[in-house]
Design a protein around this ligand. Structure first.
Ligand code: SF4
Ligand code: SF4
Length: 430
């Protein structure tokens, strides 16, 4: 794709600003009506999806050039996709999220990069992870586990831990618990350990699409060599990358499933039985890449048609990702099946969830913006009266954990798998 392919959307954007808010019929209060973290930080229209379409048009037409301010407005965005959901409520056939990604690619490919992201990309290219850690430490999280090594053995299912669960000592127990939960249900599972590479999705979000291709080539080749039929991951970023981006960019027919979906399936099939009470009230945070961006990839090929020489239509009509078919119920069903646990909802949930602030390179490039976005979510979670905020993504958990530690609230932060482990009586030390 090229930025020019989004010209029609840039022209058709009515500057209505609907993309700054959650869909109007889902608004429950003035306090939690906003949907766009970027607008909260930037305060000007340039920091909204509509504003970036104006920027794209202006750059395409040569009416402006890229300045430091342009870069700030393009990159200070978590690519959470809330704007995309809201825009499609009123302008069904526009793709603001895809256009904003393309605008980043365009800037990066023309040398307009952010110096803050360079160490992260360097780490990906030399150590195959986004955290600046040595590649040969990637499998350390699993040293105490008895699990198949897929560099030597074969298994139906590969467990892909992802960078954060592999290297973050505080979060490592979630990865080990996840493997033990799968083994408890009799799943034929293995890991690649230090031979696992970053999915590449976060680099793609930062504007580096070539790095996604490198990661996809390595991981797909490894999965095929090990005879893997299903890849399961507890990381929502990896899930989105494998399910949507690998299929779209690299072509893949391997089943991709998130841990919460797998556990939901195993519970409903009677292969996992919760035996312990978990007396806790929790609220669930929908990770952007599992929720509204967790829809299946739908291939499309066709032609663009001009109507009256101006408006654009596609023949056949293009598939639209509205967020309506994301992964919302499996994590909730798992939580509701845990004895003693009560689930309460935040005002902004499912397609309308407020972002954790960690996506799109925001955590790495703009830590204050990222932290403020997480604080906002912790404040919202606290209004539910819950004891804990629960999610299904290590990046959300880390951002929320940091926010709580910095004083945003007194909530505990859990991954769904931590609570599943408690309900099964499976323990894992940090
Ligand atoms: S991107 Fe969509 S919602 Fe936002 S201003 Fe343009 S038309 Fe309106
Ligand atoms: S992706 Fe999220 S942060 Fe970026 S413009 Fe859209 S709603 Fe705002």
């Amino acid at each position: 794709m090229a930025l020019e392919e989004f010209r029609a959307d840039a022209m058709r954007c009515t500057r209505c600003t609907y993309c700054r808010w959650i869909p109007f019929d889902l608004i429950k209060s003035d306090r939690f009506a906003k949907g766009c973290p970027s607008m909260e930080a930037g305060k000007f229209h340039a920091y909204s999806a509509g504003g970036r379409l104006v920027t794209a048009l202006s750059l395409m037409d040569g009416r402006s050039t890229v300045t430091e301010k342009t870069k700030d407005s393009v990159f200070k965005c978590t690519l959470c996709g809330q704007c995309d959901v809201s825009c499609k409520m009123c302008r069904y056939d526009m793709e603001p999220l895809a256009a904003m990604r393309e605008l980043r690619f365009d800037l990066v490919e023309n040398g307009h990069t952010l110096p803050q992201l360079e160490p992260v990309l360097e780490s990906l290219r030399t150590e195959f992870n986004m955290l600046g850690k040595p590649a040969d430490e990637r499998g350390d999280w699993a040293k105490t586990l008895k699990v198949k090594d897929l560099t030597k053995e074969k298994a139906e299912v590969v467990f892909h831990a992802g960078c954060r669960y592999s290297f973050d000592g505080d979060l490592g127990p979630v990865a080990r618990l996840s493997v033990k939960i799968l083994q408890e249900a009799g799943v034929d599972v293995g890991i690649f350990g230090e031979a696992e590479h970053c999915c590449g999705g976060r680099a793609y979000g930062m504007g580096y699409r070539g790095d996604l291709d490198n990661s996809a080539r390595h991981n797909l080749r490894a999965w095929k060599a090990a005879g893997v039929k299903t890849v399961v991951t507890p990381c929502s970023d990896c899930f989105h990358t494998f399910k949507r981006l690998y299929t779209a960019e690299a072509g893949s027919d391997i089943e991709v499933i998130h841990m919460v979906q797998f556990v939901d399936r195993l519970v409903k099939e009677g292969k996992l039985k919760f035996t312990k009470e978990v007396p806790m009230t929790v609220t669930y945070h929908d990770p952007c890449h599992l929720g509204r961006q967790g829809e299946d990839y739908v291939p499309w090929s066709g032609t663009e048609k001009k109507i009256f020489g101006q408006a654009v239509a596609y023949d056949p009509p293009k598939p639209r990702y509205t967020g309506a078919f994301g992964v919302y119920e499996p994590p909730r069903d798992v939580l509701k099946a845990i004895p003693g646990l009560k689930l309460v909802e935040m005002e902004r949930n499912r397609e309308a969830a407020w972002c954790c602030g960690a996506g799109g390179g925001a955590r790495e490039a703009y830590p204050e913006f990222s932290a403020a976005t997480a604080n906002e979510r912790i404040e919202e979670a606290a209004t539910t009266g819950a004891d804990a905020i629960v999610s299904a993504c290590p990046w959300c958990e880390q951002n929320f954990g940091d926010a709580v530690e910095a004083g945003a609230g007194a909530l505990k932060v859990f991954d769904v798998m931590a609570l599943v482990g408690m309900a099964l009586g499976i323990e894992e030390e940090a």
